[in-house]
Design a protein. Structure first.
Length: 640
């Protein structure tokens, strides 16, 4: 079967191993590659050692059947190695040491993913087959350093505005590996690669398949009709384009697989539904949503539509993965009355209008008496881009409902591009009855990376608790403006930070909180990871433009409360879009995929589990889940 992935490649480094090293091909040298056409590069596997059970593990302790370094390729659980030229050998090497050649950044003029270099730092959920081996996983640096001059250029066409160079940070000392423990969860993760507090969501597992067959805002065959049905269900797409209406998620037990849309789906707002709108404390009869998985969608409301890109209220047990949210007149994201949620690998960008200075992520209301405490949030590997504020902001305005309560928050490996304010954590509730009462936090802030213009005089974050109930762990948080400072040094309010040092306070921890495990990259790898992985795929013109600035190391000088290119709803295609693959039995799995994997294209066997072990390394994922996960990974790798 032909599984070749044809694309141009931004290759920055190759590893030279003592043994088992595959050569770099096509006449490229081992440190750089520059081309104006397709490049095929094969890099060396990552060095591994065999543990007591005979499993090959890398330096971070993760099992690796194969790891082709910085090349745009990966190996599946059958030890088939995909790369730009098709299959390559996939053989672990028994090496304990390796030497790394000096990485040099290069440019590519490919238009496949204009302005975005695919660094291959992460591999979008295929790595560890659904099982974390121990505690919090740590990831080694890819060799792509974010310090120094950025030479990657944006090959896309700038629609408007001018770019200003981002001040480049000086090389920072390599951080020590970040380690910790995990709170065990039962059963499978939502999908291989799901992490944190929401990772145990099952979504539509075991349910029926519903295809979205039109772009109508409501009615039969619409996205809205699919989400408002009940019972476990997988929601898949046979269409591509813009749905000109907001989508209300008012019934859980669903998996929304945006990656199945051949050309991508954009909605004009995505939100949960409250039985009766209330801005502070709702009664216990509020209508909520529980157990959901949402992947690879874009939400761009624009003027006159639903005000938020994503609003989660009265929600429990969910994963938001690879969403692109922006062009909203309120927040890109609001989270209230919600717990056990993960938001990962997503983009929050370019909120518009007069409220833009509050346009990032608002984490606000709580109602523990009704069973909807605002608690247990994992926010990892996301990008804030052209956002003026709320990075995020923890307001907690719920009066007596918030007084004396504690939030548990993982805020790790996020990229703040063109940052204009700080992450703001309120120490007291600020409205309603009992306003001014102490509220508390337990937080991990790890490996976050800020790139701000020289006009920004704020610190990176501001947490100054009241009372004795707050503890926080800071590690490897960095800013380009203050490369010699990190972590507590950057904890400062408000707009006159001058690079001074700050000691760790008494409530500052020296070890991580034992929250559910997440993979931790060094801050030096966060930017490259975001370029390769963040947001909905395939990337549309807006995301390519925004990530193009990240790639080129510049900021758009256009007013950040506007969309200067007017491309929020622009698509990668004209007309009806690409055709969906043939699925004779309507079980969500295309005929060709079923034939290749030994399932029956004429029988609805999507809830069978025959391919789970071979594809993920663990039992229990349904055949359809295995297909959806493989498709999501390939969308990211190919940007198609």
């Amino acid at each position: 079967m032909d599984r070749s992935l044809t694309a141009s490649l931004f290759c920055v480094v190759s590893l030279a191993l003592a043994s088992g090293c595959a050569p770099v091909e096509d006449g490229s040298d081992s440190t750089s590659s520059t081309s104006t056409s397709a490049v095929t590069v094969r890099a060396c596997p990552e060095p591994v050692t065999l543990d007591g059970r005979g499993d090959p593990r890398n330096a971070a302790g993760q099992i690796r059947n194969c790891w082709p370094g910085e090349a745009k390729c990966f190996c599946d659980s059958d030890s088939d190695c995909y790369s730009l030229e098709g299959y390559v050998a996939c053989t672990p090497v028994r090496a304990t040491t390796a030497t790394t050649t000096t990485a040099t950044t290069t440019t590519t003029t490919t238009t496949r993913d204009a302005g975005v270099t695919d660094s291959g730092v992460r591999d979008s959920g295929v790595r560890d087959s659904g099982v974390r081996d121990s505690g919090t996983a740590t990831a080694t640096d890819s060799g792509v350093r974010d310090s120094g001059t950025v030479t990657a250029t944006d090959s896309g066409v700038r629609d408007s505005g001018t770019a200003t160079a981002a001040p480049a940070p000086a090389p920072a000392p390599a951080p020590a590996p970040v380690t910790g423990t995990t709170t065990p969860s039962t059963g499978l993760r939502a999908f291989p690669g799901a992490e944190g507090y929401g990772a145990s969501a099952t979504g539509g597992r075991g349910g029926r398949v519903i295809y979205v067959t039109n772009l109508n805002a409501s009615g039969p065959g619409s996205f809205q009709d699919a989400v408002q049905q009940t019972g476990p269900r997988y929601i898949l797409f046979k269409v591509s384009g813009v749905i000109n209406g907001d989508v209300q998620m008012n019934s859980g037990d669903m998996t929304i697989a945006g990656q199945t849309s051949p050309g991508g789906i954009t909605v004009r707002g995505l939100h949960t539904t409250e039985a009766t709108y209330c801005d502070q404390q709702c009664g216990a009869n509020a209508r909520g949503i529980q157990n959901f998985i949402v992947r690879h969608l874009r939400s761009r409301p624009a003027s006159g539509n639903f005000p938020d890109g994503l609003r989660l209220r009265y929600a429990r047990n969910g994963v938001i993965d690879h969403l692109s949210m922006g062009n909203a007149e309120d927040e890109a994201v609001e989270i209230s009355y919600t717990n056990n949620i993960t938001i990962q690998d997503s983009v929050f960008a370019e909120t518009i209008g007069g409220h833009a200075q509050y346009g990032g992520m608002l984490i606000n209301y709580t109602n523990p008496a009704a069973g909807y405490a605002l608690d247990n949030l994992t926010i990892v590997r996301n990008v804030w881009n052209r956002i003026q504020g709320r990075y995020p902001e923890f307001s907690r305005e719920s009066g007596s409902a918030a007084a004396g309560t504690t939030m548990h928050v993982e805020l790790t490996n996020n990229l703040y591009w063109d940052q204009r304010y700080f992450t703001d954590v309120n120490p007291t509730n600020i409205s309603g009855s009992n306003s001014g009462s102490n509220i508390y936090y337990q937080m991990n802030w790890v490996g976050n990376s800020s790139y701000a213009p020289s006009s920004n005089h704020f610190g990176f974050m501001w947490l100054q608790p009241s009372g004795g109930g707050t503890t926080a762990y800071f590690a490897d948080n960095r800013s380009n403006l203050w490369p010699s400072r990190a972590d507590w040094d950057l904890n400062f309010c408000c707009n006159d930070y001058n690079g001074g040092a700050n000691a760790r306070p008494s409530w500052g921890r020296t070890t991580r909180h034992a929250f559910p495990a997440v993979t931790v990259l060094p801050s030096s790898g966060v930017r490259a990871n975001a370029l390769a992985n963040a947001g909905a795929f395939p990337r549309d013109p807006t995301d390519r433009r925004l990530m193009g600035y990240v790639a080129s190391g510049t900021f758009d000088s256009s007013p950040s409360n506007t969309n200067p290119a007017n491309d929020a709803l622009r698509l990668n295609f004209t007309g009806a879009g690409p055709a969906a693959p043939t699925d004779t039995d309507n079980d969500g799995m295309p005929n060709a995929w079923e034939t290749a994997h030994g399932t029956n294209p004429s029988v609805a066997d999507h809830n069978g589990t025959t391919v789970s072990v071979s594809m993920t390394g663990v039992a229990g994922y349904t055949n359809l889940e295995c297909y959806l996960n493989e498709l999501a990974a390939l969308r990211v790798r190919n940007n198609s």
